[in-house]
Write a protein that binds this ligand. Structure first.
Ligand code: PEP
Length: 260
């Protein structure tokens, strides 16, 4: 049984006060939530305050990016150790907005993953094809390249601590969601890759989240897929009502839920 994860990526939204207010309102709405891990990823400026507001709750804090060095002359960057210091237990790595807007490469993703693991963080490693790549029937090729590049050199023990998020770029922030079957096919491809690289047992424990226009209306259908172990949510994670509805998705049909 893989324990689902519902993670909200707030991107460059919410000042400190808004972020704290969000967590205060979210706490009671997810307090009874035993079926999944709940994660919010505020901007760097709000990490410490959100961590303080979430203390004693079942809400974990993630950063949206990190550098691979512990410290150094890297203006504007934040190290994994600094994220731990601010109360993070997760970090999103290789989001498509980092890959496309900042030219982040698979090699850099790999260095960040290793550094995050060394600092004790759980990396949420994003992969996914563009629309052009899908239309060129190259989705598998892209997933192969990003998966192998991002996880190169990890031991099976290290790999077993990471989470992968399949986020087709054409579904991010567009309102266009991959159908549950389409997402499931890519997740199965990623699990197969994990099996080839790290063995069947490790692959069967790998949590693969889907991301791309997830909302309360479609989370049930996505979570009903055996291959989908949770969601990385952008826009719909910015409002307490929609995020808590996603966390408390309709259950009973999904294969990945665990109550322990
Ligand atoms: C994301 O930013 O990771 C994302 C999936 O965004 P949205 O849910 O808005 O498509």
């Amino acid at each position: 049984m893989r324990r689902p994860v519902i993670a909200g990526n707030w991107k460059m939204y919410k000042a400190i006060g808004e972020a704290v207010e969000f967590v205060e309102q979210l706490r009671p709405l997810v307090a009874q939530c035993l079926h999944c891990d709940v994660v919010v990823a505020p901007p760097f400026t709000a990490l410490a305050a959100v961590n303080a507001a979430a203390r004693g709750s079942n809400i974990a804090v993630s950063a949206q990016n990190c550098h691979w060095d512990q410290e150094g002359a890297h203006t504007g960057d934040v190290s994994p150790q600094m994220l731990v210091d601010a109360g993070c237990s997760y970090v999103i790595i290789g989001h498509s907005e980092r890959r496309h807007d900042h030219g982040e490469t698979d090699d850099q993703v790999n260095r960040k993953v290793k550094a995050a693991l060394a600092a004790g963080l759980v990396p949420i490693v994003c992969v996914g094809e563009t629309l052009a790549e899908r239309e060129d029937r190259n989705t598998r090729g892209v997933l192969h390249r990003q998966f192998r590049g991002g996880s190169a050199g990890l031991t099976a023990a290290e790999f077993s601590r990471i989470i992968v998020a399949y986020e087709p770029c054409w579904a991010i922030g567009t309102g266009r969601t991959a159908s549950p079957e389409m997402a499931s096919e890519s997740h199965a491809c990623l699990r197969q890759l994990a099996s080839e690289c790290f063995g069947r047992v490790v692959a069967s424990g790998l949590r693969i989240l889907y991301g791309g226009s997830v909302k309360p209306e479609n989370i049930g259908g996505l979570m009903a897929q055996e291959e989908i172990d949770g969601a990385l949510v952008g826009g719909a994670s910015l409002k307490v009502d929609s995020f808590s509805a996603i966390v408390n998705y309709p259950r009973g049909m999904e294969a990945g839920a665990s109550t322990s």
